[in-house]
Each structure stands twice: as C-alpha cells, then as structure tokens.
Design a protein around this ligand. Structure first.
Ligand SMILES: Nc1ncnc2c1ncn2[C@@H]1O[C@H](COP(=O)(O)OP(=O)(O)OP(=O)(O)O)[C@@H](O)[C@H]1O
Ligand SMILES: [Mg+2]
Length: 302
C-alpha cells in the first residue's frame, strides 16, 4: 500500500528526515516511534501529500502523494498532530462539511457514537475538552471511509478507557481492510496494536521490524529494579551481565543480557553490604529497547 524509498525532508539547510525507506502492506498496522523532533511528523506529512519531500520516492496506493494529492485525499484519512478548528463551528457542522468532500462518506453519526460524542453534536468545537477534540479528529479521519489512515499521536490526551476503545476500533477497521500508520509515544499502544514498528531518531530510522523482532533486539533477559539510596553512582558499572544501568533518584534499573544478571546484582549488594528494598525482576519490553536504542545512537552521534 505504501512504498517509501530514500525519503529526505529539509527545512532550509536543516535535514529533518534523512534517507528513510520502508514499505507498508495492506491491512498492516505500522507504528513509528521516536523522541520529540525525530522527524516522524515531517516524514508522514510527505506520505500524506501535505509536504513536498526534498528528495526520494513515495507511492501510496500507486499514487505520488505530492503530485496526485487531490486523488490521494479521496482515499486516505488523516489525523493531524495539531488540528485547528474554526471556533464558531459546531461538532455536527464540521462532520457534515467533511462528509460533503467525499463521494461515499461514512455515517458520521455512527462514528460520533463510537467515539462517545453523540451528546456533543450541538456543541461548539471550542467548548470541547482536549480529549474530546482528539476524538473528533479521529472521527474526521474516518469519514472518508479511507483505505489507509494516518494517525499522528492518536491517543495523546485520551483517557485510558477511550484508548482501549480506540485500539479495539482500529483492530475492527483493519479486519475490514484498513491499513493504518500511527505515530505514538506510547509503547503499550504499539505493543497492543502494531504489526510492525520503526524507531526514528534524528531523522534516521534506527530499526524496523515486527514488534517481537524489535523487542528482542538486544536479547535483554531481565530487568532488575530496586531502591538503594546508599549506592554510589557508577558503582554497578563493572557488572558483567548488565547491558545498561540507569538511575532515577534512588531507583536503580539494571537490564541484563542473561539470567545471571539477578544473581550478580544480589551478590554485589550483599558483598558490599548495601541496603536495598523493593527489588523486582521483570521482562524487558519495547520501551526498554527504545530507550537503549536512542541512548546508543546519541553516544554514536556524540
Ligand atoms: N516547518 C518547519 N520548519 C523548520 N523546522 C521544522 C519544521 N517542522 C519541523 N521542523 C524541525 O524538524 C525536526 C523534526 O520535526 P517533526 O515535527 O517531524 O518531529 P516529530 O518526530 O514529529 O516530533 P514530536 O514527537 O515532538 O511530534 C525538528 O527538529 C523540528 O524542529
Ligand atoms: Mg510529531
């Protein structure tokens, strides 16, 4: 459905996206994650036909997003990271207006109902809460009955219940044939719904693969966390089984590459008579891999 080949985006002399390439298949849910300023929005705006790439080749359902954006916008749905609405418009009016732009629009009453906005049909958009505006932007993205939908920070500002509803809705829509590209800062979201995930940092794509592939990137075995106020900074630097040691106030987190990590940490604490509490051992997830990848790429750049 989507082919991106060596995409580059520049703002003046500044390169925001540098030679990224990837494909998205039909009915795939493709997630892009990365720190603020990584180039995620810049990249997907090019794919949506809203921004002209500096160089590279993009095809969405066989269309060139920039040159054929009119046709493209008949078949895709877009939820922007920041949507600005006319303040003096009512919820139903905006939906009505949007529906008029497409030959076969979805029934917006149904979409409003799914998103819990039925009672707000007569409300002015300016009076909606942050999360309600977010829900409205999702309704608008789905009105074209799109084949591909782009969601930039889909659930930012949504309450936990609404997030779960949203995920369920997306999985339903995918069953009906929808292809979905989402940008997110929530690893639980990516783990819950994405087939494939790409990690971007400083305009580059660091890794791309299935969620399981990316999660297992460093072969992280265990994540050991504990509280130890007396522990000196850097004291655990010599652990042989640790891949990384991080500290957040008194909470130390050790990512270990094999099952010996826990024993090594416990022996160290015992031998050095360091008091500790709240020790937990858990399985590292996508978030740990993400943090490690971004940290490593900073070291490389620096
Ligand atoms: N219109 C613009 N003019 C100049 N620079 C821009 C413009 N838009 C974005 N940038 C810069 O390009 C880089 C990438 O921005 P982009 O919005 O693509 O990041 P992002 O990954 O979506 O970040 P976030 O997670 O904060 O939404 C940033 O350094 C940003 O300051
Ligand atoms: Mg963004």
């Amino acid at each position: 459905m989507i082919k991106v080949d060596s995409l580059r985006v520049q703002y003046g002399g500044f390169c925001a996206v540098e030679d990224i390439s990837f494909n998205v298949s039909e009915q795939e849910i493709f997630g892009i994650i990365g720190p603020n300023g990584a180039g995620k929005t810049s990249a997907i705006e090019c794919i949506e036909g809203l921004r002209k790439p500096f160089s590279g080749k993009i095809s969405v359902m066989g269309l060139d997003p920039w040159r054929e954006r009119k046709r493209l916008h008949q078949v895709i749905g877009v939820q922007l990271q920041d949507t600005v609405y006319q303040d003096n418009a009512k919820v139903w009016e905006i939906c009505h207006l949007f529906s008029a732009l497409y030959p076969h629009p979805a029934n917006y009453h149904e979409l409003l109902d799914i998103m819990g906005l039925t009672e707000k049909k007569q409300a002015f958009v300016s009076t909606l809460s942050g999360g309600q505006k977010q829900r409205l932007s999702i309704v608008l993205a789905l009105i074209p009955k799109p084949k591909v939908v782009f969601l930039d920070e889909l659930t930012t500002g949504l309450d936990p219940h609404a997030r779960h509803q949203m995920w369920a809705l997306l999985k339903e829509l995918r069953k009906d044939g929808l292809t979905i590209v989402i940008v997110s800062h929530f690893m639980d979201e990516i783990e819950a719904i994405c087939d494939t995930v790409a990690v971007m940092n400083s305009g580059r794509m660091l890794i791309r693969g299935t969620v399981a592939e990316v999660s297992s990137r460093f072969n992280l075995a265990d994540k050991i966390s504990f509280t130890a106020p007396q522990l000196q900074d850097g004291a655990l630097a010599g652990l042989r089984h640790a891949i990384s040691v991080t500290r957040d106030r008194d909470v130390i987190t050790v990512l270990s590459k094999d099952n010996e990590g826990v024993n090594e940490v416990l022996s160290f604490l015992k031998e050095n008579e360091i008091a500790y509490s709240n020790l937990t051992v858990s399985r590292p997830g996508l978030e740990d891999v993400f943090l490690k990848l971004v940290e490593d790429s900073k070291v490389q750049e620096g």
